[in-house]
Design a binder for this molecule. Structure first.
Ligand code: HEM
Length: 447
């Protein structure tokens, strides 16, 4: 079992004052936490005039996400502010009736039957990447984060659009979305915490301009398409009675791309980094791949047998959840145990804290994939592990995301190892999504 403690930002011995909190928040969402936040169950803070409540124990998480979700809307979240210019009122950022209607129609697209079809696309794209790596000399240095982004983009474009995009169009589409994502990295944190405007903010109209470019790109694809059963675009077009306008389809498809692109790419990139630090984990992964994949490349039928590969992904998502902070706004006054939650409070559920909470995890900062195996004597406490959230707003693609990252790791690691250089490190940072602070250059070793 590995005793490796992967990098995490410095934790402050005491809570920061309001101005220091704002200073650190400007940097990112991970570096302002005091040590005690990782052992508290319910935290109330005030930043300037804003009441912020952190639901930091299983009962409080269940209260907000599962038992009383109607009172907690996504309305004021950073994600909503960041993504509305691009996605309008789509699934990820909407609330109320609109969300309910779209959710009912869209969730079946991610059912088990569809997953089988999509998994073929995943394996094919990963096998192509493996072939490309196979043509490189052993010892070549690869920027692992961009490599994993290219793989995720290739898969998502096929899942979204089927074979409608050639390589050049895929690159154009991904470049325009990446440009958009870069503009929202500068998003002002004031809005997230409802802080007054006298605190200077970043960002600007760049975001709207970038969104227009992406819309132009996707509108052309939709205009030339018909219904089919093999892509999400085809499934939208096949819904009876024009359930979604072309504009709504555009926003939903972009939602899937945005929600699925960096989440899966960052998870895979972190997984490679973590594996490279732990020879015993790498060895156990190879043993599993060599014994399960005797007949060649992995398929969806192999996924249940790839328990250790999947445990690596699950542990990676625990340590580095792509969405480390989920935000909701309380619609009406509410009570949780003996705590009053006033209407308008910002309610935060923070996987970054819950996944490393000292009361609920043994060695919370260690990388130990074994904790997710069936055979592990200690199971994660319910509602303390939520990389995909819970309740009605749980990730629609929870299974797709898990299968995709597991299969991609299996296909690539079957014939390759990636090694870091001595002393090389990667720190997590988070503006909108959690990611490594560098491209993770690693040396490719064939096996
Ligand atoms: C490792 C991969 C992924 C992770 C960790 C992840 C995580 C999450 C989380 C935490 C949420 C809830 C956000 C909140 O409540 O504020 C969410 C929602 C969502 N995700 Fe994912 N996701 C992943 C992959 C994907 C993929 C591949 C897609 C699409 C193809 C996708 C589509 C969505 C959508 C549409 C929602 C909004 C659901 C709703 O509000 O009804 N995700 N995801």
């Amino acid at each position: 079992m590995s005793d490796f403690i992967p990098p995490y930002p410095h934790r402050h011995p005491k809570s920061l004052g309001p101005m220091d909190t704002i200073k650190y928040l400007r940097k990112d969402l991970l570096s302002f936490w005091p040590e005690k936040a990782f052992s508290r169950n319910f935290i109330t803070i005030k930043i300037v005039s804003r009441s912020i409540i952190i639901a930091n124990c299983p009962d409080a998480v269940a209260h907000v996400l599962v038992n009383n979700p109607g009172n907690y809307e996504k309305k004021s979240g950073l994600m909503r502010k960041a993504l509305t210019p691009l996605l309008a009122e789509s699934l990820l950022v909407s609330d109320g009736e609109m969300w309910q209607k779209h959710s009912q129609l869209i969730r079946p697209f991610f059912a088990a039957g569809q997953l089988g079809k999509f998994s073929e696309v995943m394996v094919k794209a990963a096998a192509q990447q493996r072939e490309r790596w196979g043509n490189l000399p052993s010892g070549s240095t690869l920027p692992v984060l961009p490599e994993m982004k290219a793989l995720s983009a290739a898969i998502l474009c096929r899942v979204l659009f089927g074979g409608r995009l050639n390589d050049q169009q895929t690159q154009q589409f991904v470049a325009s979305v990446s440009h958009y994502l870069a503009t929202i990295e500068d998003l002002d944190i004031n809005t997230f915490f409802g802080l007054p405007n006298w605190i200077p903010s970043f960002g600007g109209n760049k975001t709207t301009k970038a969104a227009k470019t992406v819309h132009g790109c996707i509108d052309k694809i939709i205009a030339n398409s018909q219904a089919d059963g093999t892509s999400l675009l085809g499934l939208f077009l096949g819904l009876p009675g024009n359930a979604f306008s072309r504009e709504q389809i555009r926003h939903e498809l972009l939602t899937f791309f945005l929600a699925g692109y960096e989440t899966t790419a960052n998870t895979l990139a972190w997984a490679w980094y973590l594996i490279a630090q732990c020879p015993e984990v790498e060895q156990r992964l190879h043993q599993e791949l060599d014994s399960v994949l005797v007949n060649g490349t992995a398929t969806i039928e192999d996924v249940p047998k790839l328990a250790y590969t999947r445990a690596i992904i699950e542990e990676t998502l625990r340590l580095y959840p792509p969405f480390p902070m989920l935000s909701r706004e309380a619609k009406a006054n509410d009570k949780f145990q003996n705590h009053t939650i006033p209407a308008g409070s910002l309610m935060l559920i923070v996987p970054w804290l819950l996944h490393r909470h000292k009361h609920y995890w043994e060695n919370p900062d260690h990388f130990i994939p074994e904790r997710f195996l069936e055979s592990s004597p200690v199971k994660p406490t319910p509602y303390t592990y939520l990389p995909f959230s819970f309740g009605a707003r749980e990730c629609v693609a929870k299974h797709l995301g898990t299968v995709q990252t597991t299969l991609c790791l299996a296909v690539l690691a079957q014939h390759n190892r990636l090694q870091t250089r001595p002393g090389q490190t990667a720190n997590p940072i988070c503006k909108v999504m959690l990611r490594p602070d560098n491209d993770l250059p690693m040396d490719l070793i064939k096996r």
